[in-house]
Design a protein around this ligand. Structure first.
Ligand SMILES: Cc1cc2nc3c(=O)[nH]c(=O)nc-3n(C[C@H](O)[C@H](O)[C@H](O)COP(=O)(O)OP(=O)(O)OC[C@H]3O[C@@H](n4cnc5c(N)ncnc54)[C@H](O)[C@@H]3O)c2cc1C
Length: 411
């Protein structure tokens, strides 16, 4: 048997997450091998062309709120040129009376200045966003085409090796190296360090080295609607993104005067079926009414043009899993990005790169990472006792107790 091809660093998974991490490592002067089961980048969930990105400002664990702020700033710095900064409005809950002072205090407590998030009364929102609802306006929030971005990141370049059509089925540690096997049980690659960014399939890969991760699939369908120029909906379409119960992008006016409007998404827990469903489009039509506060809207005016169906990978505690698997030296995980692929992949690139390069994690403080945030993302949080070996995070890793922020119903 010939020796498997050896690389210092192998990344499994060429979605937005694996591609962003590989790109950061390349920028830092490393050579990287990316391996993927598909024949091209972004074939799975990252084939999504309409991903929104904004800091989380609603209910949630304090760590989730702090992390999404950091991730948003990192994503903005990273994707600034590629993303569409149309701004996103988050309407207040319908049962809440808008209190500007209270909302402003809340945003300050989240360390979000007015350039990132500011309260608007219904009148102001009508002027700024075209929606007569009170809420929070995030002018720098954006949407990103994950498909194009992933392809751009993995363009041919020096020091990048891409291996396509190769599903890794299991890993084995031998002589301080990791051996990666394909479906035919061939030793396909060996590596000093392996970054696993394979979304749901991280679970069986981890099982192969005796580690159980609480990952589950959440199917989602986004609808692409067409609205005729004379339809009553045309006057209700937003010119900014809206994020609330579901989300939508600004409507695009096409040459023939009709509008193209992206509205999502269903949130089908535990399901991984990629077939499009009429019921999901119906669900999105109902969400559309709520998003633009048009309860009397006739949903027949929202004609189906197309859809995107994907399967999100979500961890038990709804935070992503990003960090060194300290119980298995040389393995790094970046998975469970849930509905925040654009944000978490930018954050994963910084954190994983620092760990792969064995840098002092205190250096991450410049991005706002505190020890408790690094620990909140670490795979170690799921393991108590037996698996929890002394951690490279030192005191950071004492947090083995999962945090359970309230989960969003849709996105
Ligand atoms: C309906 C819907 C709406 C969403 N909306 C948003 C949004 O508005 N904003 C946002 O930021 N995010 C959104 N997301 C989430 C976002 O799309 C994902 O978080 C992101 O694409 C996940 O990227 P990933 O790289 O982790 O996984 P994936 O894109 O799934 O990539 C995993 C890669 O690993 C490869 N792979 C898997 N197993 C193996 C193996 N064993 N060997 C080799 N290769 C393997 C796969 O082929 C694939 O290329 C949404 C998702 C859905 C479904």
């Amino acid at each position: 048997m010939t020796n498997p091809q050896h690389h210092e660093i192998v990344v499994i998974g060429a979605g937005i997450c694996g591609a962003t991490i590989a790109n950061e490592l390349l920028l830092r002067g490393k050579s990287v091998c990316v391996v993927d089961a598909a024949s091209t980048p972004a074939s799975a969930c990252s084939s999504h062309a309409y991903a929104i990105a904004h800091p989380h400002i609603g209910k949630g664990s304090p760590r989730l709120l702090r992390l999404t702020r950091i991730a948003f700033l990192l994503a903005e710095a990273r994707w600034g040129l590629a993303w569409r900064a149309h701004g996103i409005f988050q309407p207040s809950k319908k049962d809440k009376i808008f209190n500007r002072v209270e909302v402003a205090k809340h945003l300050i407590a989240l360390d979000l200045d007015e350039s990132i998030a500011l309260p608007l009364s219904a009148e102001e929102a009508k002027q700024v966003c075209g929606i007569a609802q009170s809420g929070v306006w995030m002018p720098r929030a954006a949407s990103l085409n994950l498909f194009e971005t992933t392809h751009d990141l993995l363009q041919d370049q020096k020091r990048l090796t891409c291996i396509w059509n190769t599903r890794i089925t299991h890993l084995e540690n031998r002589n301080e190296k990791w051996i990666l096997y394909d479906e035919s049980q061939n030793e396909i690659l060996s590596a000093d360090k392996v970054v696993i960014a394979a979304a749901m399939e991280t679970k069986p890969l981890m099982n192969s080295i005796g580690v159980r991760l609480p990952l589950k699939p959440v199917r989602g369908q986004l609808s692409i609607f067409s609205v005729g120029p004379q339809d009553p909906w045309a006057s209700r379409l937003p010119r900014v993104g809206i994020s609330g119960d579901g989300y939508c992008l600004p409507a695009d006016c096409l040459e023939d005067g009709s509008y193209r409007w992206i509205v999502g998404s269903s949130f089908d827990e535990g399901e991984d079926d990629l077939a499009a469903r009429e019921s999901s489009d119906e669900f999105n039509r109902e969400q559309a009414k709520g998003l633009v506060d048009y309860p009397e809207g006739n949903t027949e005016g929202l004609k189906k043009l197309g859809e995107f169906v994907g399967v999100r990978c979500v961890a038990g505690d709804r935070l992503p899993i990003i960090g060194a698997l300290t119980q298995r030296p040389g393995i790094f995980l970046a998975t469970a990005l849930g509905s925040r692929g654009a944000l978490w992949s930018a954050l994963a690139a910084k954190l994983i790169t620092a760990q792969v390069l064995d840098e002092d994690l205190a250096l991450l403080a410049r991005f706002g990472f505190a020890a408790d945030l690094v620990a909140a993302l670490a795979p170690a949080r799921f393991f108590a006792g037996a698996l929890a070996a002394p951690s490279a995070l030192g005191a950071f890793a004492s947090n083995s107790k999962p945090v359970f922020p309230s989960a969003p119903k849709t996105k």
